[in-house]
Design a binder for this molecule. Sequence first.
Ligand SMILES: [Zn+2]
Length: 446
Amino acid sequence: MDAKQKLDLQDTIDTMIREAQELFDAILPKSAGADRRAKVHRSKWSERHRLHVLLDVAKASAGILPNRIREPWLLAELSAIIDVVKIWKKEPNWREIEPSLVNSTDFSHVVATLMVAEHLRESGHKVELIPTRANASPDLRVQAIGGKQSWIQIECKQPKILSGKPFKLSSAEALKVVNQTMRKGKRQLGNKQPGMLAICTYNQAEPNLDVLRQAIVTRLGSTSRDELAGIIMFSLNNLVTMKPGELSFSPILRFEFMKNPAYFGPIEISDAARSDESLGTGHIIGTQVKEPLTEIVVDDFTLLQREVGKSILDAKSATSTKELESNTRVRAERLPSFKEHPVDRAVVVWEGSQYSRFFKGEGNLNYVCGNCGTCLAERVWKLSCSNIIVQCPTCGLYSEFPVVDPSSFAITQNIGIEPAIYRFANTVFVKRGICLIGVGRRFSRP
Ligand SMILES: [Zn+2]
């Protein structure tokens, strides 16, 4: 490396340091004291304020050039942070966001949030940052494309263990991360509106991401939270290329979405490519919302089947991953059963030659006959059927789907079923976000 090349390299790093100092001019002085104390106490760098660590590394690298660069991945991180903050600093509510960068924990969290937000925006979504208020709130919300253009909220977490130094993540550690994320995220997301969690990682090797992905899928397979659409695994790695006299950083972003099988909401989220081609930007996440909410009332089986069939949003998103299916813990619930013939109710009986199931879906709940245990509805959701009576093809007794609180139907598409007897010749495939509701006269068991 000649003198000129050394100078160019020096220049790249100096520019980065200067940019960071300008960009965070309000943050650096306020966080410097705490960081100085942390250094005095010889805190591990992972416990310190990230911005100060990164700046220290950049300055140290500048000092030992051209021999080698210290921790090039930390320089790359600084570069990625500068890029994303430059963009989001222009947002109107940045003034409310900025103060949270002073605290070291919040700093990493805000940066992770910005990365996720930017990624979604580049994929064509409208994204809003939500400043931290007194009461728990999610980090951002994203508007779905199409349909009613509903919003879905996202809570981002950047677990410390996954935010830096390379190490080997064990399955137990990964599961702990996912459990903590689910628990903390519950507070921010609440349980009324559809939401997603994002687990953000930085500089993690492929085997670690594999372990984390598996932990997410396993954990989601056993949750019953129907407002949680799923978990995003967001990873940022950096490719540092160093040619003589030239240093360049290319961020490698990866965005994977793992669907929660128990999710039952109006926004359909599809996970696009999960290969190395998904690097960079593009429509990595494709959200699909249903048509405007409607209430349809049907009075025969063919009509019912047609209406449920029509509501297919996106053939691709309807296919669930095999991986998820095998990990889903399906719960069985016994329906109350009785002998008396129901009057003025929506009653479903089996008329086909070979019994399969009355209803089937991709959810996490099996409903079985309260008397003999025959499966009546397989892998449906809690809200799929309400106030509908099914005659068990095995024992002939009637089983009744519980009446769901009407307020639950506000976010879903509902198909009302008139009181009558419906003769099923084959299985009706129910979908996420569609409720079948027995309507008509107020039900009192005969
Ligand atoms: Zn039975």
